[in-house]
Write a protein that binds this ligand. Sequence first.
Ligand code: GLC
Length: 726
Amino acid sequence: MKRTTILAVLMAMAAMTAQAQTYLDPNAPLEERVKDALSRMTTHEKIQLLHAQSKFTSAGVPRLGIRQLNMDDGPHGVREELEWNTWSPAKWTNDYIVAFPSLTCLAATWNRDMSTAYGNAVSEEFAFRGKDIMLGPGVNIQRTPLNGRAFEYMGEDPYLAGEIVVPYIKAAQANGIACCLKHFVLNDQETNRFGVNVNVSDRAMREIYLRPFQKAVEKAHVYTIMGSYNMWKGVHCCHNDELLNGILKKEWNWDGALISDWGGTTNTMEAALGGLDIEMGTYTDGKTKESEFGYENYYLANPFEKLIEEGTVPMSVLDEKASRVLRTIFRTAMNPKKVIGSQCSENHYDVCREIGEEGIVLLKNDKNILPLDASKYKKILVVGENATRSLTQGGGSSELKTLRDISPLEALQTMYGDKIDHAQGYYSGRAIYDRVDRIDPEKQAFLKAEALEKAKEADLIIFIGGLNKNTRQDCENGDRESYNLSYGQNELISELAKIQKNIVVVTFGGNPYAMPWLNQVAALTHCWYLGSESGTSLVNVLSGKVCPSGKLPVTFATRYEDYPYVKFGKEAYPGVDNQVYYKEGIFVGYRHFVTNNVKPLFPFGFGLSYTTFAYNKPISTVANHNIIIQTTVTNTGKVAGKEIVQVYATAPKGSVERPTKELKGFAKTKLLQPGESETLRITIPKEELSYYDETKHGWTLTEGTYTLNVGANVNDIKGKVNVEVK
Ligand code: GLC
């Protein structure tokens, strides 16, 4: 055979082999893998990529060796395995995991490195459990303290939420696990979450609600995003053309896959043309109700395939969706760099504990009763159901099945031995989803009387209460019914304080709440939810082993009525006739309290320490597009501690109303020993100072003099610098 023929045969074979390899070649460029895979798929195979094949998986292409996508909740750890097609636990025995602290706790650390550690550790657990997509994190904005899912989010400020969510996503996706940022967008209440249409100004939409999602897309390149149940401009966000095709995919140039919330898809044509890529959980209620339809009846299944076959919807629409799903598969399931991960490893517990320790916020500490000096006390009485109740269970889809769940009481007993006495004080029953246990008043009265009796013998009381993961507390699919703590806690705290003035209150919960007893207690720490190492993190802070450094990512108002939307009535929350109007506009949280001089109980960014810090005069330099604020912080106290320095911008008077202060930068010091200083350099890109101009439909940077306020919280400014922006 002639040399040329042999060569031709060899080249043809090589071409065939090369052709056969591209989508399977881990070293081939991503877009070539996508294109090659797509070119080999039938229409039906493309369609199957676009919807669930089980509760938490969507199909791959078995014939071509393209893997399915394994998804699972949630933002705080890997949910226990559920049955293939029901919401019931599969009762596996190898799916116990680490419950990490709630994301509001992570936000309260104001520590970007902690966020990296969190994303890395939690994604290692997802990888080890064989998942490709983790259904989290969430960055919906806390406009109301009644939102049942606030504990899953990162507070009231879009800058803080954006800055903290980016490292988490980068670290998780570096491990080959896709984040699924949720809930896109305006899912800021649980009341009527499937049916409410959110009316919000374009400016508030851009500056407040879209902002953290935009940062995650532009800075962290988040691989998938979950559409929310609610509507915007009368169209469901899971297939909202203006939101998903207009803003997310075109304006932000996002190349990922948009996944519906479970049961968030409502019709085929909108799903086809409105930017949805993977339809999950249809015909269910995202929690318990099962679907009597099979997966082939999903809107993007047979009904959509029919539209393609008929030519009603062009093949290009299907190819675009399928390409986004393939891209996700090659970034995760078929990513050669995807880690094996680990589960319940000690370093994960260490990360969990450290985030908890740094997220706990010390709100009051009279006469430095904290850190506890146990030698001063003979009998320490621990009162409250949250001293023993597991707070990793419940709460909805973010619930977790843990191997380790150290309670505060257990940790206190380990630290202080038999000095510790305990009285439950109150009980809340179990109220999972809509089944609410009836509270027996007699039992409640007995528990209270028992605690008050024991209080007489104690020379220190630690009350441990707050919210819990029951429905109508911090739980999905329902909002709190009151700004007050439940189960008679306010009265109990007040009566305990009358018996023993040495009382330390410790609360758990994702939201602010009223504190009628605040002046009666000596100290108060708020802990959000701390996960598997809850008790250890708490006791390390109470004992002084760790100096508290957390600061509030939300404003704690004295009265519910002080929140900006309340004066506008039900239309502003929770809505009337399926319409809710964000009448406060951009004035959410501290933007309202500061601009309108409403004194909060505890301001945004507030948190005490066991030590004190001095700030030297800040200086600013402008380099290219960045303003750099430099300030030196010195530990002027007696114990080592970390300080969070915040920078709030005051814009020059311009054509539109602007909040008096807006968070535009922050940094956390390393652990400073007494007398030690650290110089912090906080970089503020100039465009961060822009506002959204509704007339221009674009961001605008006003020229003029900006005052950059450097402080320990939004109301405690230590120094200012004026910067000219041209
Ligand atoms: C739920 C939640 C969503 C969760 C999904 C799967 O309804 O809204 O956050 O990831 O369904 O459980």
